[in-house]
Ligand binder design. Structure first.
Ligand SMILES: O=C(O)c1ccccc1N[C@@H]1O[C@H](COP(=O)(O)O)[C@@H](O)[C@H]1O
Length: 221
């Protein structure tokens, strides 16, 4: 089994190096000013150079307008756009057409009914990302370090290409991969020592836990 691993919310060169050396397939930059992980486009453009030819750069935005996306795409040259707000299927299609880039659409999951929303995005979004619903009072649509019931995804058919996200860490990734079979996993706060502060040691520990989980073949039959 190959598994994509996205380390999200990178802001520093040492965290970027740990992510790439660990084997990240994707690295994510947050463009959302309320987030402790927010980066300016210039910073992301500089950091993403280290990933060229090694990992795909993902620009994470929340209900961004064309002007905002134009600036990010022009400066950062991301490989993928992650839309982590309430973007409609029409908006996703419009973003894909405007930039010619793959789009990963995020969905907040708490109960089975939340998955019904993906139907309208099938054939529109290139990939889905399933994250937990934010806790009450949080200003962040993602990056809250909160998990959801992974079993909710167990009934998805194999054609649904998704990344699993939300509260993943070195301690629970084995159980997550026992429960479900995503094509990718995405982590942010689980490799931080404080909000927005990536810890290279925690990034290394996460990759070690992923390797262990894959070696022990934890995927469901
Ligand atoms: O991380 C953020 O601050 C953030 C802000 C706005 C939209 C998305 C954000 N992060 C996404 O959240 C998940 C991972 O969160 P965690 O591992 O539970 O901390 C991931 O998809 C990030 O791209």
């Amino acid at each position: 089994m190959t598994l994509d691993v996205k380390i999200c919310g990178l802001k520093t060169e040492d965290a970027m190096a740990a992510a790439l050396d660990g084997g990240a397939s994707h690295i994510g930059f947050i463009f959302f000013e309320k987030s402790p992980r927010h980066v300016e486009a210039d910073t992301a453009a500089s950091l993403r150079k280290a990933a060229l030819g090694r990992a795909q750069a993902v620009a994470v935005t929340v209900n961004a307008d064309d002007a905002g996306l134009d600036a990010i795409v022009k400066t950062v040259r991301p490989d993928i756009l992650q839309l982590h707000g309430g973007e409609s299927p029409e908006r996703v299609a419009g973003v894909k057409a405007r930039y010619g880039l793959p789009v990963m659409k995020a969905f907040a999951i708490r109960e089975a009914a939340d998955l019904e929303r993906i139907a309208a995005y099938r054939g529109v979004a290139d990939r889905f990302l399933f994250d937990a619903k934010p806790p009450r009072g949080s200003e962040l649509p993602g990056g809250n370090g909160v998990s959801f019931d992974w079993q909710l995804l167990a009934g998805l058919d194999d054609t649904v290409d998704y990344m699993l996200s939300g509260g993943l860490n070195a301690a629970n990734i084995g159980a997550a991969l026992k429960a479900v079979s995503p094509r990718g996993i995405d982590i942010s706060s689980g490799v931080e020592s404080a909000p927005g502060e990536k810890d290279p040691e925690l990034i290394r520990a996460f990759f070690a836990a992923v390797r262990l989980a894959l070696e022990t073949d934890t995927a469901p039959a």
